[in-house]
Every structure is written in structure tokens, then in C-alpha cells.
Design a protein around this ligand. Structure first.
Ligand SMILES: Cc1cc2nc3c(=O)[nH]c(=O)nc-3n(C[C@H](O)[C@H](O)[C@H](O)COP(=O)(O)O)c2cc1C
Length: 174
């Protein structure tokens, strides 16, 4: 059994969140991690959203189908989003450029992981969202109202999958 180890972190509720929900992702960057202690993968994300759907506090991430992390997203009931608030840019650059198929990104960068039950997150982050997968859908080009999206973002037709997760725990650095 994985031990719950939240030594450097304390748990807060959604009501205690003091974040800018846009810049949390776009400027702050985050690591999306799926899998379990025995086998997991992480990648950098700067697209994401937080809100409510189906009466559940939820987090949305956008994952292109060719990402190795997507294989873990498909298999895992849980995923985590470890938010950095703009720190660790160099390390997150590696996680956003290299694939876990080809290398151990944690060994290369020196970032470390921690577990909370079956969930794996990055212990160097400022805030962690532990999420239980609730839904997945894929973007479809015929549904874009803005033509620039297809031209600007999908020359390879690799439309993002949207994963929705219920936020089951939030940890913040002490
Ligand atoms: C700043 C930044 C933000 C990124 N955001 C996303 C994202 O939101 N969704 C996505 O699919 N890829 C995103 N990427 C690309 C992945 O992180 C990158 O392809 C990574 O190497 C995938 O790793 P993997 O194959 O180990 O899953 C981003 C990359 C960077 C540098």
C-alpha cells in the first residue's frame, strides 16, 4: 500500500482557493500525472480549466492523443495536476518537450514525486489537485466556430481530448 505522505502540504477546501483560474495554467504551468506508483507518466500542461459540472467541483485538462501521458489517462481512475505558479520553468520545459516513452523525465530534471493513496503528484509543486476521472470527450473540427483554431492549432489534425475530473483533494505547500 502506498503511504499517504503530505508532509510538506496541507489540505484545503475549494472554498479556501485563492487563485486566478486562467493564469494558474496559462502562466503558472502545471504537470499532469496519471498512473500509479508502480507506473505513471507526467507532462507539462498550460491549458486547463476549473469550475463546476454535474454538481461536482471539476478540473478540465486538454490532452493531444499522441501524448504518452494519454495512455495513462485512459487507464487511470485518478489524475493529478501539480501547479507551479511560474516556478521550475526549466524543469517543466523538459517535461513539455521530452516524452516519457524515451526517457525518465524525473531523473533528468531532479523533480520528485509523492503519493496520496493511488495518486501520484509532483512534490516540488505549489498546489496539487487530485482528481477522479468523470468524463472524456474529444474536440471535433466541425464544431469549431472560429476558423483560426483549426489553422493555428491543428495542422496535424491531432485534436485534443478533454478529460474532466472531480476534484477530490487540494494540497497546498505549507
Ligand atoms: C508550456 C507547455 C504547455 C503544454 N501544454 C500542453 C497541453 O495542455 N496539452 C498537451 O497535450 N500538451 C501540452 N504540452 C506538450 C506536452 O507537454 C509534451 O508533448 C510532452 O513532451 C508530452 O510528454 P509525454 O509523451 O511523456 O506524455 C505543453 C508543453 C509545454 C512546454
Amino acid at each position: 500500500m502506498n503511504q499517504v505522505n503530505t508532509m510538506a502540504f496541507r489540505e484545503i477546501s475549494v472554498n479556501d482557493l485563492q487563485i486566478n483560474p486562467v493564469t494558474l495554467f496559462s502562466d503558472g504551468w502545471a504537470l499532469l500525472t496519471a498512473g500509479n506508483k508502480a507506473s505513471f507518466n507526467s507532462m507539462t500542461v498550460s491549458w486547463g480549466a476549473i469550475g463546476e459540472i454535474w454538481g461536482k467541483h471539476s478540473l478540465f485538462v486538454f490532452v493531444r492523443p499522441q501524448r504518452y501521458t494519454d495512455e495513462f489517462m485512459q487507464k487511470s481512475d485518478l489524475f493529478t495536476v501539480s501547479c507551479f505558479g511560474g516556478t521550475h520553468r526549466k524543469e517543466l520545459g523538459v517535461f513539455g518537450r521530452k516524452s516519457g516513452r524515451d526517457c525518465d523525465k524525473y531523473a533528468e530534471t531532479g523533480l520528485t514525486t509523492e503519493t496520496d493513496g493511488d495518486a501520484v503528484y509532483c512534490a516540488d509543486a505549489e498546489m496539487i489537485f487530485i482528481c477522479k476521472k468523470t468524463a472524456k470527450t474529444s474536440l471535433e473540427p466541425q464544431n469549431f466556430y472560429d476558423d483560426t483554431i483549426e489553422d493555428d492549432c491543428y495542422p496535424a489534425k491531432d485534436y485534443h481530448k478533454i478529460y474532466v475530473g472531480e476534484i477530490v483533494k487540494i494540497l497546498v505547500r505549507e
